[in-house]
Design a protein around this ligand. Structure first.
Ligand code: MN
Length: 740
């Protein structure tokens, strides 16, 4: 117990660094004393405890406190809360102790932080529900979330000392929730770092490669940026503008996701950097006018891409972000993005929320209602309870990333909606009663369906009718959390009725076939009608969404065909979940799922891994089987973020030579004989089995999908390489999702 002299030295240094960072926020001795007392209490409380890395634990709260003051720009109370954030959770101190020493406000923040860490420790399904509860604290004090983000950032920075499946859980939560949340709160730098760190731990190879590429291409880029900037610098100086100009490379993660999304290589991404112009505003001219003035000077030199102007000066993003972005044609015909902003806008972009408040209390700005509006929406969403917390979280998460459009009511009031919203979203945004009875819409005085998408600047009037009620398919035509929840709430009232109807209907139909509802029947029926649970099936049936016209066919079908594949997997750590049979560390799985020795592994159809892919197991509480996902699978990230404790390590066994179904997509220039050559390469030369081949050709271009059986990833890679070499073939990529 106690601290060694080496520990003491490290701790002393870390505390001194914190105090010097805090100099800018401490107004008097009382503030300094408060931070010092918090430090001593935390130090004493965590005494003798070490992190996995071997460091004394207290270095963690010290680091979090420094992020809070240096990188988020919060004040003394938040620093104190950061120092104390793990005290109640991990030691004998109570919230009451904190309150008596530091007052009610700080105690409330520490309480919020304690509950929050509880969320990520609980089992499985409760996590989503708890997270929702915790988000409620957002409406009381956003600083709690900000300190939590700082905590997560430090944990991510020190993730290297965690075991791999813990890393998986933590990175999933980070990419699923914390990065979007940081984005929404305007913390761009932190959001990028969280994403980069996630990538670094999940795909270390990809990360290293991109990092190396950025380094390799640096010299050429610097030359280009200098050449690009020179005439701009001259012109802006001539016009007496006080400014700084820089060229910034985008984050590793944003480059990586673009490569993934567009299936392109690093060299094919042209916008890996942006030019940023930050100006000191002249007090006599509005900032907005100055932004446009600079824009006009820049575009005098370089031609702008007409559809690539982003005006967040007139209409800031909901997270407060303001800037003018434009893409222009630079020297040598290279497109470059130019970002124009004032020093104030720059600070908001870097510091987000905290800077936002700072300017709000200072200068007057009528546009700064955006953030408050978002907060109001979050609060509304949180206060209207929904049973399905996971779904709530999904919607909430979506609301974090979307960009906004502004539309107008018939009276000319503006409303902000996410991009992609429909007239029905607008109706619900006005009031749930209007949404629930919406029959049609007048968009810019023209009659349209309530499902019609709305665009920025549209004026919308909703036509209502007493005879209209929400239908389940409405859910597919709205994107806002508020609309979804209002519809779900309405439908839920009907649901219980529907379930009862559904049971009656189903049993009656089954009688026609002389069958009773058994587990065996549901194993066939649920996937056939795309329902996850019996309740879902019954209520959809009762509501008329599911029709039983082909029930006979479904019942006759051998359900083995429905399930993609079961394979031999090796489990490094056998777990009890396997129904007490975890005595071996390798399980050979039968092909017939109706076999009493039920298969325990399911190859997830969302990402369809094959041997050689990095895989992670997910103990599915509904099926009591282990779903095997690719490590990169988005579905898995979602599951891991919500039920991180259900993850389990799995690995491919190497001894079996079996074939796995995979799908390849092709595109290229059509020419005579190409099809023949293709099938020759695949079946002839490589001796692989094609199951299906669809090729379409139009306007001289062919596109196709090939389903084929391969033994492993190396096999597939070789086929793709060979196919890629065929004359005319431009792209041969593996399709992840083979659900269709
Ligand atoms: Mn912590």
């Amino acid at each position: 117990m106690g601290y060694s002299s080496d520990d003491e030295r490290q701790i002393g240094e870390a505390f001194a660094r914190l105090m010097s960072s805090c100099a800018k926020v401490c107004k008097n001795d009382y503030d300094r004393d408060l931070i010092e007392r918090a430090f001593f209490l935390a130090k004493e409380a965590h005494e003798g405890v070490h992190r996995r890395s071997g460091e004394p634990y207290i270095l963690h709260p010290l680091a979090v406190a420094r992020i809070v003051v240096d990188e988020i720009g919060l004040g003394v109370k938040s620093v104190v809360a950061a120092l104390l954030h793990d005290v109640v959770e991990d030691t004998d101190y109570t919230v009451e102790d904190i309150e008596s020493r530091f007052g009610p406000k700080i105690a409330l923040m520490v309480d919020g932080l304690t509950k929050m860490s509880g969320v990520f420790k609980t089992d499985a399904s409760e996590q989503a529900e708890n997270f929702r509860k915790v988000l409620l604290t957002l409406s009381d004090d956003v600083r709690v979330i900000l300190v939590k983000i700082a905590d997560r950032l430090h944990n991510m920075r020190t993730l290297g000392s965690m075991p791999p499946h813990k890393q998986m859980k933590i990175t999933s939560e980070t990419i699923y929730l914390f990065a979007p949340l940081a984005y929404r709160l305007g913390l761009y730098a932190i959001k990028s770092e969280l994403e980069d760190l996630t990538l670094k731990y999940r795909f270390p190879e990809d990360y290293k490669q991109i990092e190396a590429k950025i380094r390799e291409t640096e010299a050429g880029r610097t030359r280009f940026i200098e050449k690009f900037n020179a005439p701009i610098i001259e012109k802006l100086r001539e016009n007496g503008i006080d400014f700084e100009i820089s060229g910034r490379v985008k984050s590793v993660y944003s480059i990586w996701s673009k490569m993934q999304r567009k299936h392109v290589s690093f060299d094919e991404i042209y916008d890996i950097f942006a030019i940023r112009i930050v100006f000191k505003p002249s007090p006599l001219i509005p900032e907005k006018s100055q932004c446009w003035h600079i824009y006009s000077l820049v575009t005098d030199i370089y031609k702008p891409k007409p559809d690539r102007i982003r005006d967040w000066v007139n209409i800031p993003k909901a997270n407060g972000y303001e800037a003018l972005h434009s893409t222009v044609m630079g020297p040598d015909g290279i497109w470059a993005e130019v970002q124009i902003r004032s020093e104030r806008m720059e600070e908001i972009a870097e510091r987000g929320f905290a800077a936002h408040w700072k300017y709000k209390t200072g200068a007057l700005s009528k546009e700064e209602g955006e953030f408050d509006r978002w907060m109001k929406q979050v609060r509304e969403a949180l206060n209207s309870p929904t049973e399905d917390a996971v779904e709530f979280l999904d919607n909430f998460k979506l609301s974090l990333y979307t960009s906004e459009i502004v539309v107008f009511t018939p009276k000319g009031d503006s409303r902000t909606l996410p991009q992609g919203a429909t007239a029905l979203d607008f109706a619900y945004d006005i009031h749930s009663k209007i949404g629930n009875s919406a029959m049609g819409a007048k968009i810019n005085h023209k009659i349209e369906s309530i499902f019609a998408p709305v665009g920025s600047g549209d004026q919308i009037e909703i036509i209502t009718s007493k005879n209209v009620t929400p239908k389940p398919d409405w859910l597919e035509h709205v994107i806002t959390t508020k609309a979804k929840q209002s519809i779900v709430n309405f439908l839920k009232k009907d649901k219980l009725n529907n379930i009862a109807n559904g049971i009656e209907l189903f049993e009656a139909r089954l009688k026609d076939f002389g069958v009773t509802p058994s587990a065996r029947v549901f194993r066939k029926v649920l996937p056939a009608y795309e329902c996850a649970t019996k309740d879902e099936f019954y209520s959809k049936l009762g509501a008329g969404i599911v029709k039983l016209d082909d029930l006979g066919k479904v019942l006759r079908e051998n359900s083995a065909n429905k399930i993609l594949k079961f394979w031999t997997l090796q489990i490094p750590n056998p777990f009890r979940f396997l129904g007490g049979e975890g005595k071996k560390d390798r399980h050979v799985l039968p092909d017939d799922p109706t076999d009493p020795e039920a298969p325990q592994f399911v190859i997830a159809p969302c990402c369809n891994p094959i041997p050689g892919d990095e895989v992670v197991g997910y103990k599915n509480p509904e099926t009591h089987k282990v779903d095997v996902h690719k490590k990169s699978c988005n579905e898995l990230i979602k599951l891991a973020a919500q039920h991180g404790n259900n993850l389990t390590p799995v690995a491919w066994s190497s001894h079996k030579a079996m074939s796995y179904l995979t799908v390849m997509e092709l595109r290229g220039i059509d020419r005579i004989g190409i099809l023949m050559e293709l099938s020759q390469v695949i079946t002839g030369e490589l001796n692989t089995n094609i199951r299906e081949l669809h090729i379409q050709s139009h306007d001289g271009i062919f596109e196709g999908r090939i389903s084929l059986y391969v033994k492993n990833k190396t096999d597939l890679k070789m086929i793709m390489e060979k196919v890629g070499k065929i004359k005319g073939v431009e792209k041969a990529i593996r399709v992840e999702n083979t659900k269709e």
